[in-house]
Structures are given as structure tokens and as C-alpha cells.
Design a protein around this ligand. Structure first.
Ligand SMILES: [Zn+2]
Length: 64
């Protein structure tokens, strides 16, 4: 995936604590490499900060 394609991916934020998944960084601590589309993460994904499940994440507007 190119940098441009990664920039196209959506950001998702936890509705409880505000933690945000950014595809341009990914989340290597949970085996989500840079360029991961959040729509493809495992159904048992949990917010690393507060433990909320996927259903508590929402699309977030990017600051750019
Ligand atoms: Zn959270």
C-alpha cells in the first residue's frame, strides 16, 4: 500500500475515551501494522486504553 492509499483510510475513535486508530501509524502493539484498514480488524478488538469493543468506535473526521 502506498502512502497516498494509507492517507485515504478512515480514522476511528473510541466513543468512551477518545483513543483514535490512525492507519498511518497502525497499532503494532496489537499486530495492526501501518496501513491497516480499521474495517478489517478482528471482531474481538478492544480499545487499548479503556477496553471498549468495536461497536463503541465511530468514524472520525481527520484534522487535515
Ligand atoms: Zn477507549
Amino acid at each position: 500500500m502506498t502512502e497516498d492509499q494509507i492517507q485515504e483510510l478512515d480514522w476511528y475513535s473510541c466513543l468512551h475515551c477518545g483513543w483514535t486508530f490512525k492507519p498511518e501509524r497502525g497499532y503494532p502493539e496489537m499486530n495492526l501494522p501501518k496501513g491497516t484498514d480499521f474495517n478489517t480488524v478482528d471482531a474481538d478488538f478492544k480499545c487499548p486504553k479503556c477496553g471498549a469493543g468495536l461497536k463503541d468506535f465511530a468514524l472520525r473526521d481527520k484534522p487535515y
